[in-house]
Design a protein around this ligand. Structure first.
Ligand code: ZN
Length: 133
């Protein structure tokens, strides 16, 4: 299995970026018809999730809920001052596994793959690997 790196420049401190198209493009390039697509986040203050990409208010509401749950200022010791970002990244997680069927990501109708930036803006990347036949 070959891993490819997808570049993701982010534009705000916190942001959900829909990277479905970029991941789907790697699936198409792999030539795999039936298998699994892995997406891996090699950063500690950004995460990955799958959720609705039809109404942009859903991503906005998730970001707002995470901000209420994990405030910027709090009882943190990490000297870098971005502990909220580390906690949020761990809450959403660093890996995704998506079925590949008929050569395409088998996402639900309303689902999209989101890069979750919690300490931007930064130049980020994710790793995409597709395994199967
Ligand atoms: Zn830090």
């Amino acid at each position: 299995m070959k891993w490819t790196q997808v570049e993701v420049p982010t534009a705000a401190r916190t942001q959900f970026l829909d990277i479905t198209g970029a991941v789907a493009s790697e699936v198409a390039k792999s030539g795999v018809k039936t298998g699994i697509c892995y997406v891996y986040m090699p950063h500690t203050t950004a995460g990955l999730t799958i959720n609705e990409n039809a109404d942009p208010d859903v991503a906005r509401d998730i970001l707002a809920a995470l901000a209420r749950l994990v405030p910027l200022a709090g009882d943190y010791r990490h000297a870098e001052g971005n502990s909220d970002a580390h906690v949020k990244a761990s809450l959403v997680g660093f890996t995704l596994t998506v079925p590949v069927i008929d050569g395409r990501l088998a996402l639900g109708t309303w689902q999209g793959i989101y890069f979750c930036e919690f300490d931007g803006p930064r130049h980020r990347h994710v790793l995409v690997g597709v395994i199967g036949q």
